[in-house]
Design a protein around this ligand. Structure first.
Ligand SMILES: C[S@@+](CC[C@H](N)C(=O)[O-])C[C@H]1O[C@@H](n2cnc3c(N)ncnc32)[C@H](O)[C@@H]1O
Length: 276
């Protein structure tokens, strides 16, 4: 069993390296997620595992611990509203701007993309809009998908999903239109795949180098961070957005209490934010 002292050491280590804040009632989570690793590393206690991670100059063990602690839960068109709003508000506006010669690119950043369902859902939303609006062409959009975990990025880049993952949130119509089936594995088609670029990025680090964005998805990740870190990220996201750019959060995340930089808007029963 993990001791309180060991839990606190690991809790502070995790927060320092990825921002995830574990409250004192998460001892069980740390225990269950790190036990196999502890034995694999030849350690008898969680304290030994912690010491090994601190001494590991390659950071391999640190990355493994972060990957074990983070939650990668995701699915296609999660919560649906953000994708409806993206099509009905943003893409409509951008299509008009493109037609008027006022815009040539739409830049989207998925900042905690997990195994790719969120950025690929955005790409499919774009392709659906482009079928109805010939002014929109795939070369108009850039979707950047980032995450702290190399494992989820690898899987996202592969774009291969099993029978369970493929059904979660995806209609049969889209499955047939945008995936190729091979036995129990479904692979995203090249048309969608090439619209998304995956890159490793820890939200604790500066993301100015990504350049200005029109829309940022930062969904189902802020809930794991401390109030200070949430405020810091939201401030930096506001600075990265183009004037009047848009931000989407997870269904259970609200930011109105933490920041003055955004205006909260509603469309089709969903919420989104626009930088002031
Ligand atoms: C619950 S998933 C959310 C996936 C997707 N946005 C969605 O809503 O379906 C959270 C993701 O955030 C990533 N993550 C955790 N800490 C991070 C950090 N400091 N920087 C970047 N990504 C992080 C995890 O690896 C995980 O893939």
């Amino acid at each position: 069993m993990i001791t309180l002292e060991e839990f606190r050491l690991i809790r502070d280590y995790v927060e320092k390296h990825c921002g995830i804040h574990l409250s004192d009632d998460k001892t069980y989570l740390v225990e269950t997620r790190l036990t196999t690793m502890m034995f694999e590393q030849g350690c008898k206690t969680f304290g030994e595992l912690y010491n090994l991670a601190v001494l590991d100059k390659t950071h391999t063990l640190r990355d493994k611990i972060i990957e074990a602690i983070t939650t990668n839960e995701t699915f296609w068109f999660r919560d649906l509203h953000p994708f409806t709003i993206f099509a009905e508000v943003m893409l409509k506006q951008y299509a008009d701007e493109i037609a008027a010669g006022k815009r040539s690119k739409i830049r989207i950043w998925c900042s905690a993309c997990s195994t790719g369902q969120e950025p690929y859902s955005l790409a499919m939303t774009f392709l659906e809009a482009a079928r109805r609006t010939p002014k929109l062409k795939p070369e108009h959009i850039e979707i950047l998908a980032t995450d702290i975990s190399s494992t989820v990025l690898f899987l996202g880049k592969l774009g291969r999903y099993d029978n369970l993952a493929i059904t979660r949130g995806l209609s049969e119509e889209f499955r047939k239109r945008y995936f190729v089936q091979n036995n129990k594995i479904w692979t995203i088609c090249d048309e969608v795949k090439k619209m998304v670029r995956f890159q490793k990025l820890n939200l604790q680090e500066s993301f100015n180098h990504l350049g200005k964005q029109d829309v940022i998805f930062c969904r189902n990740i802020l809930i794991y961070f401390s109030l200070e870190f949430k405020q810091d990220i939201l401030k930096r996201i506001a600075a990265l957005l183009r004037p009047r750019g848009y931000l989407f959060l997870g269904a259970s995340e609200s930011i109105i209490m933490y920041t003055q930089e955004y205006e909260m808007l509603r469309h089709a029963m969903g919420l989104y934010y626009q930088v002031k």
